[in-house]
Design a protein. Structure first.
Length: 283
């Protein structure tokens, strides 16, 4: 029995309405660019006027570090929110990017599954925390987007993210086992949709670490586009040394080097995400 089945048998709670648009960045494989995409897509959305909150759900806390949030200053974290000891807004800190905030994580998150045990609402802790986020705040203080950076595994943290989300954005590395990992993730999303969150959809798949000189990269792109069709974004994120360097300076690549190919790609991706959002709202 999976984590999802177990939770579903105990609590099939209805979805709570939430004002911001909530998108999880998820992939069970590590090293595919989830955190890099969360940071830089968040920065790009903020740059075009959206008010963005990144929720760091990875115990490693790379999204928090990559946005310059010192570990010693993470007094209230997403762990405190999920165990019910703090409101989400209490965990939110501003970043150096205007209109971009983050709820930072700590290593405490790695023990969450054991701590929550069989709590009835354990799959919906994040959903409920986000639902309360924009209550009684004036418009400039509310968020239009919440991006959730998931850990690289299917555990209670990822289930919480999917149960809270409107849609999943899947970063997919252009490498040999990409499609295998993708089919596992799609099964998980379908399971969450059936049991915990009927409104969950795949927003899109973004191909990362693309190298046009590499035949394998080009073959993976062709295979994924054939397999997933229009769900794959047109924008591909290239292999780019500036993207790799930026986190060590605690900066998104768009702040570190706006003119590099990585920054240009993330700005295009943000435009494409917004375009898909408009199309979804029109339907």
């Amino acid at each position: 029995m999976t984590v999802i089945d177990q939770i579903y048998q105990e609590d099939n709670a209805p979805a709570a309405p939430g004002h911001p648009r909530i998108i999880s960045l998820a992939n069970q494989k590590g090293g595919v660019g989830k955190t890099t995409t969360a940071i830089n897509l968040g920065t790009a959305l903020a740059a075009i006027g959206e008010r963005v909150l990144i929720v760091d759900l990875d115990p490693q806390g790379n999204a928090s570090t990559g946005l310059g949030i010192d570990r010693r200053s993470r007094n209230v974290s997403t762990y405190d929110v999920l165990i019910g000891e703090a409101q989400l807004r209490d965990a939110v800190v501003p970043t150096a990017v205007p209109r971009l905030h983050i709820a930072a994580s700590t290593m405490d998150l790695s023990g969450l599954e054991l701590e929550l045990g069989s709590a009835k609402d354990r799959a919906f802790r994040l959903r409920d925390a986000i639902a309360a986020l924009n209550h009684n705040v004036t418009e400039p203080a509310d968020y239009t987007y919440v991006l959730i950076d998931c850990p690289p595994s299917l555990n209670l943290l990822t289930v919480n993210a999917m149960a809270a989300s409107d849609a999943i954005l899947v970063p997919l590395q252009c490498e040999f086992f990409a499609l295998e990992g993708l089919s596992q993730l799609l099964q998980t999303v379908e399971q969450v949709r059936t049991t915990l969150n009927p409104n969950l959809s795949i927003h899109g798949i973004v191909l990362t670490m693309f190298d046009s000189r590499n035949n394998l990269s080009n073959q993976v792109v062709a295979d994924v586009r054939q397999f997933m069709g229009a769900k794959v974004y047109n924008t591909m994120i290239p292999r780019n040394v500036r993207i790799s360097e930026a986190p060590s300076y605690g900066k998104p690549v768009l702040v570190y080097d706006l003119k590099c190919s990585g920054s240009e790609a993330y700005l295009k991706l943000a435009t494409e995400v917004i375009q898909r959002e408009r199309e979804l709202r029109a339907h």
